[in-house]
Structure formats: C-alpha cells, structure tokens
Design a protein around this ligand. Structure first.
Ligand SMILES: [Zn+2]
Length: 277
C-alpha cells in the first residue's frame, strides 16, 4: 500500500466517526510501535515528524524512506506527516522526502501573512497530491497563559479555510503542547461553532494529558485528528528508567522501547475510536 494522504484519513474519520491519532516518531522503534498498533487494532494512523526533528535531530529523508517501506506491507491506512512545518524550506524538504501530508504552522505570523504563506504551500503540495494542515489561533506551550483571545475564532476559521484551501485546520480551544499542569479545560462550544463553519478536517494538538472523556467529547464535536507525542515520550523514558539495569546485560532495549510505545499508542487509538460506527 502507498502512504495514505491526510484526506484519506479525514474521509475515514468522518465516515466512521473515529478520531485518528497522529503520533510523532523519533526513531524506528517508535515508527514500528505505531505501525504495529495500527495493524493490530485495524485503525488508521499518522506517523508524524516535526520539522525541528527532521532538520536537527535525524535525517527526515531516511526516516520517510524507511516508513514508506514499512507501509508497503500495511493492511490499514498509514500516513507520513510533517508536524509543525514552520518554514517554506522545511515543508519543501518534506515534500521531496516523500511525506504524504504536511502541516504549515503559520500561527505565529500575522493573520494575513499566515493566509498568504499557507495558500502558497497548499498550491504546491496539492500539485503533488499531498494534503496540508494549517493552524489558526495559538496552541502554545505549557506555562503560556491561555486566554480566549488566543483561541481560534470560528468566523476567522471560515475565512482562513476558504482563502487557503487547507485540508485540515489545527484549532486552539484551550489545548497546549507538553505536559499539562492539571487537567485542561477545552472550549467545546467554540469547537462546535468552528465545525459548523468549515468542512475540512479539524485537528487537536497537545493531546497528551487531556482527560479521556474530553477526547471523546472533542471527537463528538468534530475533531478528526489528534496529535500525541508527550505521552509516548513519557512511556519510553519510564520504560528505560525501569529496565535500565537489565539493559546493561541484555540487548532487550529495542524490544522494551517498542513495547512501551505500542502500549500507550494502542490505548489512545482505541479511545479515539470509542464512537466508531
Ligand atoms: Zn502541535
């Protein structure tokens, strides 16, 4: 099978009322764990790589090629996604490397500049059959003050999607990246208002740490894709910490890491499929 586009994933999400997980990968153990979770649950999945990872920490081209090879044997929809592309060059790098969808995060730009740059990327990516996710509003990092003026405006979302042609939109409704202090409070009324204004896929970033019932409610209100990374990162670190002494003697590190990530990913995938039809 070829890697699925984000539009294939969104279509599946809408048809089956399933929130599809995008899980970031940092190495092949993570990729394998997420791929296996998808094969075992029969649910689609997105393998995400943030721009700062592929430009600074590992070779995105090599990783995308490895993922494509793995996906050849897939029985489910599996996508290769650029998460938080922040620069034109970073997005072009991902397109050349064979990613099947890209996010361009222009949320730090002025509104008009976000529209202009996102529309330009949509034009290029669509010509290559690659879907695009944009971001409107400020998701931010833990510790940032989340006031409503930073949340996504439903009216602006309608204008943004219409003018850029994005296939999916990341929304800010009280969600944040990283490890939350306490349980975040999501603005479901705002989410419903955004859903009523746009037809494209809606994305919830900063998923790790949101209460289980809130994930399900967010999917009920129109979220199609949920981004997870912190939960995987914590599971991988806990596994290494717990088995550190054993790993000194045996070469079970890869097996342990893959197992720990697969477990946390499977749990999230099944939760996001709670409303499955
Ligand atoms: Zn994000």
């Amino acid at each position: 099978m070829n890697p699925a586009t984000m539009n294939d994933i969104i279509e599946y999400s809408k048809k089956h009322r399933v929130g599809v997980g995008m899980f970031n990968i940092v190495n092949l153990e993570f990729a394998r764990a997420i791929f296996d979770a998808s094969q075992e649950t029969g649910l689609p999945v997105m393998l995400g790589m943030p721009e700062r990872f592929i430009l600074n920490y590992f070779d995105g081209e090599v990783m995308a090629a490895a993922c494509r090879k793995m996906i050849e044997k897939s029985k489910t929809l599996v996508n290769i996604h650029l998460d938080h592309g922040k620069s034109f060059d970073g997005v072009m790098y991902a397109l050349k490397a064979g990613f099947s969808s890209v996010m361009f995060d222009g949320s730090a730009l002025s509104y008009e500049e976000n529209v202009r740059q996102t529309a330009e990327i949509v034009k290029i990516a669509h010509a290559m059959d690659v879907s695009v996710e944009g971001e409107l509003g400020y998701v931010g990092q833990v510790g940032d003050e989340m006031t409503e003026d930073r949340f996504t405006s439903p009216e602006q979302a309608e204008d943004f999607v219409g003018r850029t042609g994005v296939d999916a939109l990341a929304v800010a409704i009280g969600n944040q990246h990283g490890q939350y202090k306490g349980t975040p409070k999501l603005d479901f009324e705002r989410l419903k208002a955004i859903r009523s204004k746009v037809d494209c896929g809606l994305v919830l970033h900063g998923g790790s740490g949101i209460a289980d019932e809130d994930f399900v409610e967010a999917i009920r209100c129109g979220i199609n894709k949920v981004n997870i990374y912190t939960a995987e990162d914590l599971a991988a670190k806990a596994c290494v910490r717990e088995h550190f002494e054993e790993y000194k003697q045996y070469l079970d590190f890869t097996k342990g890491l893959t197992g720990a990530v697969k477990e946390v990913v499977t749990r999230h995938m099944q939760l996001f499929a709670s409303l499955k039809e």
